[in-house]
Design a protein around this ligand. Structure first.
Ligand SMILES: [Zn+2]
Length: 366
């Protein structure tokens, strides 16, 4: 059996551009309506760092230009409708300044895994407390138990694991097998034990299983695929959005990765390399087609030893990318899962006292 968990990174553009109502509230509202037609559950990974800035702005200026009230109401509504809300953090927002009509982030805190332990522990505490204060009045058993870092930045893991465990977070869900980055944010998840099966992590390395660990890693499902698998209309839309709202981190270059000067031959060899090598393909429900996702889910289920084995098939998405075209591409996948209850079930990480919670299938010690 596979628990199908849709995680939605709930945020504006990474560079601070964009209207929260258009990029978060409106698409998420449509998404919940769509999911409910199939009995599916949405797990909103709310970037509390930016949400707190929108709240601060409203309190400071007496104007809700960043739609804080609508965001808070939507998160409560999600819990009321038995979806889930968990913690995502873009730490660079905590010290952000509002200048000339936009948010200027603190790029020195852009790389979550690079923060000092005390700072990281405090930010996770603030984020978890915010969600629990907001959502427990709606559902008293609600707990914030799962976490995803901005830019999947949980490597090196030592401070991350300690900060999360200290705050009672049970599940980390940033890792995707085969993932690698080099730049302001650097990580290498090629040694992750699985693209599918969860593991308890040791303190020093998020990719090293430790039976005595106190934090459960539930990875985002990922495969290695040829470039052709990435050519979908929704993915091209994403690439255009990223280009239009590029991150400029001042002295540190753009986008967090230093480009290396290349001559013509090197460029050509690099481009040919892109065509002939395999790339990490995440189960992204905005950018992959429903057909692709169905294929991936079937392949994942063949990895199970028996029908009794229960694992989580974690998908990732972004509210800002949920277009009308995406509704069409996603529906066949929702239908497929709903039509095969003997093999798949819609689930959440837990924390709201829900059935089908990933925690109940984990072996986390308190
Ligand atoms: Zn994010």
């Amino acid at each position: 059996m596979l628990n199908v968990i849709f995680t939605l990174d709930y945020e504006i553009h990474g560079n601070g551009d964009g209207c929260p109502y258009e990029l978060m509230v409106e698409p998420t509202s449509r998404m919940m309506d769509l999911f409910e037609r199939y009995g599916a559950k949405l797990t909103i990974m709310a970037d509390v760092a930016e949400i707190l800035k929108f709240k601060e702005y409203k309190e400071l200026f007496g104007r809700d230009d960043y739609h804080y009230d609508a965001i808070a109401a939507q998160l409560q509504d999600a819990i009321r409708r038995v979806h889930d809300v968990q913690l995502h953090l873009h730490a660079s927002y905590f010290n952000a300044q509002h200048q000339n009509g936009r948010w200027v982030q603190d790029w020195s805190e852009y790389n979550f895994a690079g923060l000092p332990l005390a700072r990281m522990t405090e930010l996770v505490r603030v984020g978890k407390a915010y969600l629990e204060n907001l959502l427990q009045p709606v559902s008293p058993p609600y707990r914030c138990v799962a976490f995803r870092a901005a830019n999947w930045s949980v490597n090196p893991a030592r401070n991350v694991v300690r900060a999360l465990v200290h705050n009672g977070i049970l599940i980390e869900t940033s890792v995707f097998k085969y993932g690698r980055r080099e730049g302001i944010v650097s990580f290498d998840y090629s040694q992750a034990p699985s693209a599918l099966a969860r593991w308890l992590v040791g303190e020093d390395d998020i990719c090293r299983p430790d039976p005595d660990g106190r934090l459960l890693e539930i990875p985002i499902y990922c495969e290695r695929r040829w470039l052709g698998a990435f050519l979908t209309a929704n993915r091209i839309n994403r690439a255009l959005q990223t280009r239009a709202h590029r991150i400029a981190t001042g002295e540190q270059g753009s986008g967090g990765t230093k480009p290396i000067a290349k001559n013509g031959w090197q460029k050509l060899i690099g481009q040919l390399g892109m065509l002939t090598t395999l790339h990490p393909w995440k189960a992204d429900f905005n950018q992959c087609t429903g057909r692709q996702l169905t294929g991936a889910l079937r392949r994942a289920s063949r990895e199970l030893q028996s029908r009794d084995q229960l694992e989580c098939f974690v998908l990732i998405g972004h509210s800002k990318l949920f277009t009308q075209a995406n509704v069409k591409s996603l529906e066949p996948f929702l239908r497929f899962v709903a039509d095969h209850p003997e093999d798949y079930q819609f689930a959440v990480f837990g924390g709201a006292g829900l059935r089908n919670s990933a925690i109940t299938v984990g072996h986390v010690r308190g």
